[in-house]
Design a protein around this ligand. Structure first.
Ligand SMILES: Nc1ncnc2c1ncn2[C@@H]1O[C@H](COP(=O)(O)OS(=O)(=O)O)[C@@H](OP(=O)(O)O)[C@H]1O
Ligand SMILES: [Mg+2]
Ligand SMILES: [Mg+2]
Ligand SMILES: [Mg+2]
Length: 308
């Protein structure tokens, strides 16, 4: 009997794990060489050689395996050649061997949009806050964030250099792999928020929630990792500025763990190919077991009305 080929969504997730991990190595190599090649794309918005190269690695790798796949990356499109060792065409075998949730078994290429943030936390990367950096690959099916990879290239860099980097993935209906999510401590409220894009509105929303601790850290991927690790109960960002490639993968991984990522009103973002890139209605992510809507309800209406 002929072996059946794995469902596309599962295979794409397995390929994305390998591509994101390779991109993380490129990010470390650029830093080791010492010339970041920084370009200022806008106010408080940087791009480095690592952002550009990591994106090329992921897009070329996925495009070779999945011609005609729709991929949207933060750093735009370019047709330039890449070194052959940036092209990854293998899959994570562990994920490939898993049972695909029934509802995704028959998903076709045309139903999928892949969102790539090749380096989330660029300003932190440039400032040497290296554990804030993540590589994000999100798989949306008919506009829903279903699968995601969060690769953290500098995980353990200050403690156990021999175990540098980790790759965490999630698929709706299957769960999370690459690490075991933990619950945040009971009886307190720890909130993760932006360190480089704060504003009076961002601060007002935090004040209204009366947190015991506020963690001001970089990267949407990194903040969702803190939520997944039980180091924060929620990630709250009452501002526009974040984009679809910042939230697609983190939303999918968090949802696969039982948590939730929405706009500040509690509504899901959508990720179809034609959607606008900016997440103008802010970001609210909560860990599994946290009452998401009760946090929404504590954010004053006047703040919610400012984010539409
Ligand atoms: N105001 C504004 N302008 C431009 N870009 C912005 C803005 N706010 C958030 N971002 C992008 O969102 C990613 C995470 O940034 P932060 O950690 O600062 O903030 S956030 O709380 O997660 O939004 C990070 O993505 P990368 O560009 O991939 O590093 C930020 O650049
Ligand atoms: Mg950026
Ligand atoms: Mg980003
Ligand atoms: Mg980025």
């Amino acid at each position: 009997m002929m072996a059946q080929s794995p469902p596309l969504v599962l295979k794409l997730l397995a390929s994305s794990i390998r591509a994101a991990t390779r991109a993380g190595k490129i990010i470390r190599d650029v830093m080791s060489r010492g010339d970041l090649g920084i370009i200022e794309k806008g106010k408080n918005d940087l791009q480095t050689e690592a952002d550009r190269s990591a994106q090329k690695c992921i897009i070329v790798s996925l495009s070779q395996q999945y011609p005609n796949l729709t991929i949207i990356g933060e750093e735009g499109t370019s047709n330039s050649e890449v070194p052959s060792d940036w092209v990854v065409t293998d899959c994570d075998q562990g994920v490939l061997a898993m049972q695909c949730p029934e509802e995704y078994v028959n998903v076709g290429l045309k139903d999928i949009t892949v969102w790539v943030d090749p380096l989330d936390g660029t300003s932190e990367y440039a400032q040497g806050l290296l554990d804030h950096v993540t590589v994000l690959v999100g798989v949306a099916v008919k506009g829903k964030a279903v699968g995601g990879v969060i690769h953290q290239p500098y995980y353990n860099w200050l403690t156990e250099a021999d175990k540098l980097g980790r790759t965490i993935w999630g698929l709706s209906g299957l769960g999370v792999g690459g690490f075991t999510p933990r619950s945040p401590p009971e009886g307190q409220l720890i909130i993760a928020t932006t360190r480089s894009h704060s504003s009076p509105l961002v601060q007002e929303a935090l004040d209204a929630l009366k947190p015991d601790t506020v963690l001001r850290v970089g990267g949407a991927g990194h903040k969702v990792l803190l939520v997944l690790e039980g180091k924060a109960h929620a990630y709250v960002f009452a501002s526009k500025g974040c984009k679809k490639w910042d939230t697609c993968a983190p939303e999918a991984v968090l949802a696969a763990s039982g948590g939730k990522l929405t706009d500040i009103h509690g509504n899901l973002y959508t990720y179809e190919e034609t959607v606008a890139y900016p997440n103008n209605r802010g970001v609210l992510a909560t860990a599994a077991g946290i009452d998401h809507s009760s946090i929404v309800n504590k954010i004053p209406q006047k703040i919610r009305d400012a984010l539409v």
